[in-house]
Design a protein around this ligand. Structure first.
Ligand SMILES: Cc1ncc(COP(=O)(O)O)c(C=O)c1O
Ligand SMILES: [Zn+2]
Length: 419
């Protein structure tokens, strides 16, 4: 990999070689997450916006020059990435701001943004000669790994909380993963998975542990910039659990700035549920995220429920280095945002996806976003992932179906009553 110079610890800056087979800094253990460093000078000499524009590959792999893989590395066959981004005029008008784009990550092969990381994970697992790959997850990263592994016939072991939404568990079982439903929350599934991976020498895909996951997720940020023809938006709204997606979005922006492909850094906003607000607490209090004690998370948005965000150092930098903010929204606000987003853009999101939009509503209300701002909302997962919450969401805004007999009279009566 000529493009990678090494992997640097986010705590101590110690650098490891590009082919380092470990995951974290040896001096800092599980907290010592590594950041992949690139040789932007060499990349700039071999790659340009024009070369990228001429690339017919309509997947995340079109950004290989800024990814930690060999140019000829075999990638899984599922078409990950290049999801649509919609200019949602009704939402912009409702909020009274210049523009709202909604990027629909529900359109990924397993219906969440996590496909980007899991596709990267199986490429790295093969590079390191692993036969079995594992992850813990609130559900989406697991479903993504399960699907990617199925597509290349790689065995995999998945740890999810037994309370994960049924659709996500169904995906794991359909793809044929070995599934451990953990009698505990995501954080306990994570700890068990780390122990099991070490015990059995499985390749470890865990979020906020494996340094390459950020590099897969960042392709969403690259797509935002390419879609906007290298004019960065004013702000990007991202929901935050472990903080790996937001770190990835930030990484894409830093890559593009280093290559001089964009001139301004967008402000990045992290959105959390009031029931899972570790990062918001730290942002407000100024507490050091490395030493801040875990919280006890509980939210309807299962994908962003985390006692201790594993990628919290990168996640905090994404906001503080871009003059963004962490924003807290209630579960009720998240649920209400599901139909608002769906009706204003056509994008049906799971609660964690709609949370980003709930955060934008709050940011407009509190003056964090101004009327002239052009904003991207990353809708990270499909509404079909969690139908129980979707039904709660429509109930929250008072939407009910009509119950009719199969006769025109019955329909007329119902339509009359509903007016
Ligand atoms: C739909 C969705 N949104 C947001 C997130 C939060 O991502 P991260 O844990 O990287 O902050 C996740 C993570 O599982 C997710 O699945
Ligand atoms: Zn270190």
């Amino acid at each position: 990999m000529d493009n990678v110079t090494g992997l640097t610890c986010v705590i101590c800056d110690k650098t490891y070689p590009a082919d380092y087979a470990g995951y974290v800094c040896t001096d800092h253990g599980n907290e010592g997450i590594l950041d992949v460093r690139y040789d932007y000078f060499t990349i700039a000499g071999e790659w340009s916006k024009e070369i990228l524009a001429a690339n017919p590959d309509r997947t995340m792999w079109r950004y290989k020059p800024v990814m930690p893989i060999e140019p000829d590395a075999a990638v899984p066959p599922l078409a990950v990435g290049c999801t649509p981004m919609y200019d949602a005029t009704p939402l912009a008008e409702a909020l009274g701001i210049a523009r709202v784009w909604v990027k629909d990550e529900g359109r990924q092969p397993t219906a969440s943004l996590k496909d980007r990381a899991s596709a990267m994970a199986v490429v790295k697992a093969r590079q390191f000669g692993a036969e079995i790959i594992t992850t813990a997850s609130t559900g989406n990263a697991a479903a993504a790994l399960s699907g990617m592994a199925a597509s290349i016939g790689m065995r995999n072991v998945i740890f999810v909380p037994k309370t994960a939404p049924e659709a996500k568990i169904a995906q794991l079982l359909a793809y044929g993963s070995t599934v451990a439903l953990v009698n505990g929350n995501y954080d306990s599934a994570f700890e068990l998975c780390l122990l099991a991976a070490a015990e059995y020498s499985w390749y470890n895909r865990n979020t906020g542990y494996n340094p390459y996951m950020t590099e897969g997720k960042k392709t969403a940020g690259w797509e935002i910039l390419e879609d906007l023809e290298w004019k960065a938006p004013d702000a990007i709204f991202v929901s935050v659990g472990d903080g790996s997606i937001i770190g990835g979005v930030h990484k894409a922006m830093k890559d593009a700035m280093a290559l001089n492909w964009i001139k301004t850094m967008p402000r990045i906003f992290g959105i959390q549920s009031a029931g899972s607000d570790f990062m918001v607490q730290a942002f407000e209090s100024g507490d050091e995220v490395l030493t801040k004690a875990p919280i006890s998370a509980d939210t309807v948005a299962d994908s962003i429920s985390a006692d201790l965000p594993r990628d919290r150092i990168k996640a905090m930098r994404a906001v503080t280095e871009t003059d963004g903010a962490y924003v807290r929204v209630s579960d009720d606000e998240i649920l209400r945002a599901v139909p608002v987003l769906a009706r204003g853009s056509g994008v049906f999101a799971e609660p964690a996806g709609a949370a980003a939009y709930a955060g934008l509503i709050k940011a407009v209300d509190t003056g964090l976003v101004s009327t002239t701002d052009e904003v991207v909302v990353l809708s990270t997962g499909s509404g079909l992932k969690d139908i129980a919450s979707a039904m709660k969401a429509v109930a929250a805004v008072g939407t009910t179906p009509m119950n009719v007999d199969p006769t025109l009279d019955s329909l007329k009566e119902a339509l009359g009553a509903s007016q």
